[in-house]
Write a new protein. Sequence first.
Length: 363
Amino acid sequence: MPSLIDAHEDLAWNMLTFGRDYTRSATETRRLERESHAIAPRHNGHTLLGWPEYQTGQVMLIFSTLFATPLRYKHGDWDILSYATPEEAWLVYHRQVEAYHALAESHPECFSLITTRAELATLQTAWHDTTRASHPVGLVLLMEGGDGIRHPSELDQWWEDGLRIIGPAWSGTRYCGGTNEPGPLTEEGRALLSAMADLHFTLDISHMDESAARQALDSYAGTIIVSHANAAACVPGYEGNRLLSDDLIRRLLEREAIIGVIPYCRFLKAGWKVSDGRDGITLETLAVHIDHICQIAGDARHVGLGSDFDGGFGVESAPSDVDTIADLQKLSPILKDRGYSDDDVIAIFGGNWLRYLQENLPS
């Protein structure tokens, strides 16, 4: 069973918003939320994540996000991690950094912050130890939406706090256009990217509008990834700027970027909504996106997984053959049936992201 690296999970947002405890199993969290009539399932669906499922699914490492909702998109009083100003965003994002540090410090047997190659190597050693009954899950911090960075001069401190990857957009920000709010890089955005490159941050273009992403590809001197986005060509009829055009995929491949695909029904079938149900949408549907990117690339070295599980949706919005993150292992035989080798499957499940981390984390 290949080790899995998931390039996008909103753990801190769930912990602080809904009180979810990811040291529990997904089954236990669902039971507790059902019995307590918790608000989480109503607003975020039933969880797909839990530490026992990470073990069963061989989830070695997660890109763990810092996320806050711009006030104009606030969903209700329950959506407590929202902001109207950069100062408010800074506060919310820092609460999440603190939550990750507290999680790793209080449950070192379950979670470990990964900020260096040495820490990554220690994590790998633990996972290769067959005498262990369980293994800690690594956490690499990723900021989704750059509004929490009040000024590029703060990036040194964010780096010291453990942040390694920054996506300047979720919706549009003062740095660039984003999902549902098109637009190019702003002057502030160019200044941010320049400072990020100087400090060797990775740029995540997942939510950037294509015009901004193209400008970043032309100008950003550092490493670029896509933590979670699917191929627009595989979702005919999809409207919006959230998916990747083939031309943008080619530009990303020229920069040796890795693209994490999302097992989310809305990004697998145009116009899909929860009331439609999950029938007909499976991990085979996701494999179409994987294969599409691999065919453009000519190899399996530039695609991975970025589930976004519990990131605004739950099991009701995942493919029908997925009940928890452990079920992503079902992709392995699907890919092999499509002609992918064992080495290809290992690369797609985690090897590509692992190579990226080994090349880009500081020593």
